[in-house]
Design a protein around this ligand. Structure first.
Ligand code: GDP
Length: 365
C-alpha cells in the first residue's frame, strides 16, 4: 500500500484536514490492502478517464484506485530529542512513502500559534530541522558500524561509507538527504538506509475560507510557493475548514457547493492528485462488462508486475497483454471499433505499462 503522512506543527489545521479525508474517504473494506486504523484515511483517486470509460463500457460496477493518508500528530520542537510524542512521531514518518507538510497561512486571533505568530517558513524550518536531526543520528550510528567494517577491504562497504559521509555533510549543514545528488549505485544503497528527509514532500498551505478562490494577496502562501519552487516541490492551497464542509456532501450537492464557492475542484481532490504524483504512481485500467477499474502501479512497472497488482496468479502465469491507450480508445469510439481498426496491441513481458493504458491480461492458471 502507498501512503502519505500528514505532518505539521500543532494548530495548523491537520486534524480538520484529516477529518475531511476520512469523511470523504472510501470504505477500507473495498481495499483489502488498506490498514484499518483511526489514524489512516483511505482516499479514492479522482480520475476523469475512469468516468469516461464507465460511460463507454457501462459496466455493473466501477472501482477507482486508492491510497492512504496517515495522520501523524504530535510533532513539536525537540521531537528528535524525544519531546512531545517525538519518537512515536518519527517512527510513524518512517513508515510512509511521502510527506504532505501542512502549514498555517490563515490569521485567526482565537487560535493560538505554537510559535506565537503565523510564519509558515519558520514552521517548515522547525519541522525540517527535527527530521534532519533524527537522520543525522541514524547516519552517525551507521557510520560507526560501517567504519569498523572498512578493514575488510570490501568494495561495497567502502561505497556505503562514502555515501554516508556525503549524507552526513549535507545533514550537518541542515540540508535534507533528498537534496544530495546520487549516482545509480548510490540510489541502490540509499534504499537500505531509510532516512526521513529522503522522502518526497509537498506543502499544503491552509488559508482562510474567504481566500480559496483568490489567494494572490496572501503573503504567507507566496513565501511558501517561493520556498517550494527552490526545492522543486509542489504546493496545494486549501482551506481545511471548507474541505471539512465539502467532505460532508457528495454527487450533485458537492458540485453545487463547489460552484457556489466558485471553484472547479475541491482542495482535497487537488491534494489527492498531487500526492499521487508525488508518490511516483501511474494508473492503468481494466474495462470489462462486469467491472471497470483503475489500478495503481509504480511508474515504470512492466506488464507482468502490473498484472500482479490484480492477482499474484496473473503475474505468475502471465503470457501477454492486450493494450490500448485510453486516448486511442476514446478516439476509436468503442472497444469493437478499436479492434476493427487493429488498434489493440499485443505486448509481452518487457512492456512498460503507461499511465492511461487499458489492459487485458492473458495468463495460464
Ligand atoms: P492541528 O493541531 O494541526 O490538528 O489543527 P486543528 O485541525 O485542530 O485546527 C486548529 C484550530 O484551527 C481549530 O480550532 C480549527 O477549527 C482551526 N482551523 C483549521 N483550519 C482553519 C481554517 O482554514 N480557517 C480558520 N479560521 N480556522 C481553521
Amino acid at each position: 500500500p502507498h501512503s502519505v503522512g500528514i505532518v505539521g506543527l500543532p494548530n495548523v489545521g491537520k486534524s480538520t484536514l484529516f477529518n475531511a479525508i476520512t469523511q470523504a474517504g472510501a470504505e477500507s473494506a473495498n481495499y483489502p490492502f488498506c490498514t484499518i486504523d483511526p489514524n489512516v484515511g483511505v482516499v479514492q483517486v479522482p480520475d476523469e478517464r475512469l468516468t469516461k470509460l464507465t460511460e463507454l463500457v457501462k459496466p455493473k460496477s466501477v472501482v477507482p484506485t486508492a491510497f492512504e493518508f496517515v495522520d501523524i500528530a504530535g510533532l513539536v520542537k525537540g521531537a528528535s530529542r524525544g519531546e512531545g510524542l517525538g519518537n512515536k512521531f518519527l517512527a510513524n514518518i518512517r513508515e510512509v512513502d511521502a510527506i504532505a507538510h501542512v502549514v498555517r497561512c490563515f490569521e485567526d486571533e482565537n487560535i493560538t500559534h505554537v510559535a506565537g505568530k503565523v510564519d509558515p517558513i519558520s514552521d517548515i524550518e522547525t519541522i525540517n530541522l527535527e527530521l534532519i536531526l533524527a537522520d543525522l543520528e541514524s547516519v552517525e550510528k551507521r557510520l560507526d558500524r560501517v567504519k569498523k567494517m572498512l578493514k575488510t577491504q570490501d568494495k561495497k562497504v567502502k561505497e556505503e561509507y562514502d555515501l554516508l559521509e556525503k549524507l552526513h555533510e549535507a545533514l550537518a549543514n541542515e540540508k535534507p538527504a533528498r537534496s544530495v545528488e546520487l549516482t545509480k549505485e548510490e540510489q541502490v544503497i540509499m534504499k537500505t538506509i531509510h532516512l526521513l528527509t529522503q522522502k518526497p514532500v509537498l506543502y499544503v498551505t491552509n488559508v482562510s475560507e474567504d481566500e480559496i478562490t483568490d489567494f494572490t494577496n496572501n503573503q504567507y502562501v507566496k513565501r511558501v510557493v517561493d520556498l517550494a519552487e527552490a526545492e522543486g516541490a509542489e504546493v496545494v492551497v486549501i482551506s481545511a475548514k471548507v474541505e471539512s464542509e465539502i467532505a460532508e456532501l457528495d454527487g450533485e450537492d458537492k458540485e453545487m457547493f463547489l460552484e457556489e464557492l466558485g471553484i472547479q475542484e475541491s482542495g482535497l481532490d487537488q491534494l489527492i492528485k498531487a500526492a499521487y504524483r508525488l508518490l511516483g504512481l501511474d494508473t492503468y485500467f481494466t474495462a470489462g462488462e462486469q467491472e471497470v477499474r483503475a489500478w495503481t502501479i509504480r511508474r515504470g512497472t512492466k506488464a507482468p508486475q502490473a498484472a500482479g497488482v490484480i492477482h499474484t496468479d496473473f503475474e505468475r502465469g502471465f503470457i501477454r497483454a492486450e493494450v490500448i491507450h485510453f486516448d486511442e480508445l476514446m478516439s476509436a469510439g468503442s472497444m469493437v471499433a478499436a479492434k476493427e481498426k487493429g488498434l489493440l496491441r499485443l505486448e509481452g513481458k518487457e512492456y512498460v505499462v503507461k499511465d492511461g493504458d487499458v489492459m487485458h491480461f492473458r495468463f495460464n492458471v
